[in-house]
Design a protein around this ligand. Structure first.
Ligand code: 8YV
Length: 329
């Protein structure tokens, strides 16, 4: 009997999913969940046929330097800015992500963060815990801005952006969007969204939400200049990636109250949060949890496993990012 194929699982996964994987493959797991150093990651990648990784693992030429048997890197994530795709393709390795399975969970969270930001929910909770409730007043306790009937501006109108737009319709919002590519008329109608240029969106929206993939092009897409276009009563929500917003410029704007508030699930330099943001009360902070329901995280892991196992059987993995590398049997 031939030896089992070998898989690296670079972050902790659900124990039953790991046990299933171990019944078919030799597995190097990391249930302790300590992020591998670049050296250790390179060493592990040198010994396996497939790897399941997440945003914490940077997969580039240096990580792949000794990866002689590696056929696939399967990201447990839809975003794949942790992948240097040209370098992975150059090494003849397939790369996959986990689209679709997280769309609704992530759209739910985007909307939840928008609501929490507009209605100052986390700040209100701190207010109670700090014993402030006795100071309740009609005009002074945490007063928010409305969500229903307002204008929602979505930057990045992929599957998740469209999911957020549909939720906005339920709140009677006017939905405007900006995207590299305009949607088809049918898709625009399905989510009741109107295309506008970025500057008009920033000027008109009461709530701006960012759902664009990170790239050199989208780095600091929202900086001091863009924030200055927003209404003083507006909120800014980022569930996309750290680096799309200039966090220093945002902290300065929040401190000066040139916008009302921000809700952030992603940060430049995660897991470190800029200290200025930590000091502000008009920002809601979340630790990159937009896809984090158990059902969805399980579905993401299952899809990554499916991608890896299909590749190891010589089949085309369902969510292949670099099809030029796939050689049909
Ligand atoms: C992941 C995400 O949890 O899918 C994405 O793009 O940002 C999250 O769902 C995170 O990237 C961990 O890999």
């Amino acid at each position: 009997m031939s030896a089992k194929q070998k898989i690296l699982v670079a972050r902790a996964i659900f124990p039953d999913q790991l046990a299933d994987l171990e019944s078919t493959y030799e597995v190097i797991s990391n249930q302790a969940d300590d992020v591998f150093s670049p050296d250790l990651l390179r060493q592990h990648l040198a010994s396996v046929d497939a790897a399941l990784v997440a945003g914490s693992e940077r997969i580039d030429a240096s990580a792949l330097a000794d990866a002689k048997h590696l056929k696939i890197v399967a990201n447990i994530s839809v975003g794949y800015n942790n992948f240097d795709v040209p370098a992975i393709s150059k090494a003849g390795i397939m790369a996959t992500n986990t689209p679709d399975v997280l769309t609704d969970t992530t759209a739910d969270f985007g909307f939840a963060l928008l609501m929490a930001t507009a209605r100052r929910i986390t700040e209100s909770e701190r207010w109670i815990r700090d014993g402030q409730w006795a100071k309740w007043s009609i005009v002074h306790n945490p007063l928010g801005v409305d969500v229903h009937g307002s204008t929602l501006g979505i930057i990045g109108m992929g599957r998740i952006g469209q999911g957020i737009a549909k939720r906005g319709l339920g709140f009677g919002m006017k939905v405007i969007y900006n995207n590299r590519k305009r949607l088809s008329e049918a898709d625009e109608q399905a989510c009741g969204a109107t295309y506008v240029d970025k500057e008009s969106l920033l000027r008109q929206a009461d709530h701006v939400i960012l759902v664009v993939p990170y790239s050199a092009e989208s780095h600091h897409l929202i900086g001091a200049k863009e924030i200055a276009l927003m209404k003083p009563s507006a909120t800014l929500v980022n569930i996309a990636r750290g680096g799309i917003v200039d966090d220093v410029a945002l902290a300065a704007a929040l401190k000066a109250k040139t916008i009302f508030a921000a809700g952030l699930d992603v940060f430049e330099g995660e897991p470190v949060v800029h200290p200025d943001l930590l000091k502000l009360s008009n920002v809601v902070l979340a630790p990159h949890i937009a896809s984090a329901s158990e059902k969805t995280r399980r579905a993401m892991v299952a899809l990554a496993i499916k991608n890896a196992s299909e590749a190891l059987k010589g089949n085309r993995p369902p969510s292949l990012i670099n099809p030029e590398v796939y050689k049909a049997k």
